[in-house]
Design a protein around this ligand. Structure first.
Ligand SMILES: Nc1ncnc2c1ncn2[C@@H]1O[C@H](COP(=O)(O)OP(=O)(O)OP(=O)(O)O)[C@@H](O)[C@H]1O
Ligand SMILES: [Mg+2]
Length: 244
């Protein structure tokens, strides 16, 4: 678990800025959502936390350690960051059973068999998949596959778990249940979670703090109730209104 700090962070692709001048603090144990329309820079910002994109400007810290500062050519590789990621496409391996899918990151770390078994079973119980260890992932429902992806992201005890629109493939009812489940797991494990969505209801319902983004910049950061009560700009007010 870690605090993440962005200081004037920017990411430029050739001539276009995907994100620009981002100042942001994600506190230890906080649930933060990035909210904004398509193309506003949510995924890019998330990937910079994971180290899957390198920022072109500014500094990123985990606690007081710099993990990226292009000015001094300092960059911590993704595999050293201990950050978990869950994507929109669940990216579970269909030919592997549930146990092996969840165990995969631990096998990569070459943990002992008994340790892997204990960790995977604990995680399966947390995401309520116990009993399905030997089921092939291709024979699970969408919601169950999503839980496998979540368990696989959690099993390596990441310092931060990043989720990029993880529920958009699910139907409304299941989405509602998974929102509550994810929030409960985050609170029970006191995890730092960063959640990307363009669905304001989702962001406001789940988060301690919402970061509203627009065209690569942060428009407003605040608790859900504060943003809803006092949108700081026309853009934020419109965005909230349009989702009602
Ligand atoms: N590899 C890339 N090369 C060039 N431009 C890119 C690349 N990746 C993203 N961009 C651009 O950066 C901007 C931000 O993209 P990003 O994927 O972060 O948006 P997003 O908020 O996640 O959108 P969505 O809700 O559609 O997923 C967009 O204008 C996009 O076209
Ligand atoms: Mg995206």
């Amino acid at each position: 678990m870690s605090k993440v700090v962005f200081e004037k962070v920017g990411k430029k692709y050739l001539s276009t800025w995907a994100v620009k001048d981002i100042d942001l603090t994600i506190e230890n144990g906080e649930f933060v959502s990035f909210l904004g329309p398509s193309g506003c820079g949510k995924t890019t910002t998330l990937r910079m936390i994971a180290g899957l994109e390198e920022n072109s400007h500014g500094k990123i810290y985990f606690d007081s350690d710099v993990v990226s500062d292009p000015l001094i050519k300092s960059f911590m590789l993704p595999e050293k960051r201990n950050v978990g990621m869950v994507f929109q496409s669940y990216a579970v391996w269909p030919h592997m059973n549930v146990f092996d899918n969840i165990a995969y990151p631990l096998k990569l770390k070459k943990l002992k068999k008994e340790q892997i078994k204990a960790d995977v079973e604990k995680m399966m119980s947390i995401v309520e998949l116990s009993g399905l260890e030997l089921r092939k992932s291709s024979e699970l429902s969408g919601g169950q596959q999503q839980r496998v992806a979540l368990a696989r992201g959690l099993v390596m005890k990441p310092r931060i778990l990043l989720l990029d629109e993880p529920l958009s493939n699910l139907d409304a009812k299941l989405r509602e249940k998974m929102r509550k489940d994810i929030r409960k797991i985050q609170q029970d494990l006191k995890l730092t979670m960063v959640y990307v969505t363009h669905d304001q209801k989702e962001a406001f319902q789940m988060s301690d703090k919402v970061v509203v983004m627009n065209q690569g910049r942060i428009e407003q950061i605040g608790a859900p109730a504060d943003i809803q009560k006092s949108p700081i700009s026309e853009f934020v007010a419109d965005f909230i209104r349009s989702g009602e």
